[in-house]
Unconditional design. Structure first.
Length: 288
C-alpha cells in the first residue's frame, strides 16, 4: 500500500460476507447494528482523539469494523464481546485485515456489565453501544476503570442527549447527573441510519467525555447516587417531597436540603452533581 494511503476498512459487502461465514443475523436482543461505512469509522476514530500510545477499550466490536480503525490509531485495543460466535471470528478478521497488529489486539469474551479486570489498562473508551444497555455500561466502566481518561461512545441519539444534558434542560436526568460524577460529557455529533446494517429506525448520537474528579465530599458515591435516584423517581415533585422517603420524612429531607444550600421547593432537574453530593453529606451528619 503506498505511503499515506489509509488502510482499508470493512464495507457493506465485507460485513455481510463475514456475517454469512459465521451464520450471524444481527439481533435486536443484543442491539446489534453493524457499521458498514468506512468514512463513518474514520470520523468516529478522529473525533475520539486517540493518541498513538493509548490503549483503547471497545465494547461490542461485533464483526470488527470499528476495531480495525482503532488499531490504526492506538497502541493497543482490548475488545469486550458478549456474543461467542462474533468473538470467535474477530481474531481471524484482525489477522487478515491488520496482520501487523496481532500483538496489539486483546479479545475478552464477557458481558461488559460484569467486567472488572482487563488484560491492559485502557486509557480511552470508544464503542458503538447497544441502545438498551448504553448508560449502565458507560457508568460501570467509568466506575471500575479509573484509567479511562476520555472516550467517545455512539448511542441512540436521545440517549446521547440525556448523557450530555446540563442541569435545567428537559433531557437532564439520572444518566446526566451520574455521568457527571465521573466526567464532563458533551454531544459530539449525529450519525445517520444508512451507515448501519441493519439500519436502525432512529439516528445515533456521539457523546465525548473527559474524566474529572468527583465533587469534593465526605459522602460516598453510593450515597450520592441514592439521592439522585430518589430525586428523579418523582421528578415533578419538589425535592422536599421527592426525598421524603429517602430521608425518612419530609422534615428531615428539608433539613438536609437547607443544610446543603438547596431550596426545598426546587426540583431535581435544576441541581448539579455537587448539589446532590452536599445533600448526601448533610444526611450523614445528624442535626444538631
Amino acid at each position: 500500500m503506498p505511503a499515506g494511503t489509509p488502510a482499508p476498512l470493512l464495507g457493506a459487502t465485507d460485513i455481510r460476507r463475514l456475517a454469512e461465514e459465521i451464520g450471524v443475523r444481527p439481533t435486536k436482543t443484543l442491539g446489534q447494528n453493524f457499521v458498514i461505512d468506512g468514512n463513518t469509522i474514520r470520523r468516529i476514530v478522529a473525533a475520539a482523539g486517540i493518541g498513538a500510545e493509548e490503549s483503547v477499550l471497545e465494547v461490542g466490536p461485533g464483526l470488527g469494523s470499528l476495531t480495525l480503525g482503532l488499531l490504526d490509531a492506538a497502541k493497543a485495543v482490548v475488545a469486550v464481546e458478549i456474543d461467542p460466535v462474533l468473538a470467535g471470528k474477530l481474531p481471524a478478521t484482525v489477522s487478515r485485515w491488520r496482520p501487523e497488529a496481532g500483538e496489539n489486539f486483546h479479545l475478552v469474551l464477557a458481558d461488559a456489565m460484569k467486567v472488572t479486570e482487563l488484560p491492559v489498562q485502557p486509557t480511552a473508551l470508544v464503542a458503538n453501544l447497544p441502545y438498551n444497555v448504553a448508560v449502565p455500561v458507560v457508568l460501570h466502566l467509568l466506575q471500575y476503570f479509573p484509567s479511562l481518561q476520555h472516550g467517545l461512545v455512539m448511542v441512540q441519539d436521545e440517549v446521547a442527549d440525556r448523557l450530555a444534558a446540563p442541569p435545567g434542560s428537559k433531557t437532564y436526568g439520572v444518566p446526566s447527573v451520574k455521568a457527571a460524577w465521573y466526567s464532563s460529557m458533551r454531544k459530539a455529533g449525529v450519525i445517520g441510519m444508512n451507515v448501519f446494517w441493519p439500519a436502525p429506525k432512529i439516528h445515533s448520537g456521539l457523546v465525548a467525555f473527559t474524566r474529572r474528579e468527583p465533587p469534593a465530599t465526605t459522602a460516598t458515591r453510593e450515597a450520592v447516587f441514592a439521592v439522585i435516584d430518589a430525586a428523579f423517581a418523582q421528578r415533578r415533585k419538589t425535592l422536599r417531597a421527592a426525598l421524603a422517603g429517602w430521608a425518612g420524612s419530609a422534615v428531615e429531607a428539608e433539613r438536609c436540603l437547607r443544610a446543603a444550600g438547596v431550596d426545598p421547593s426546587a426540583r431535581g432537574e435544576v441541581l448539579d452533581i455537587a448539589d446532590f453530593a452536599r445533600i448526601a453529606e448533610a444526611h450523614a451528619q445528624p442535626s444538631s
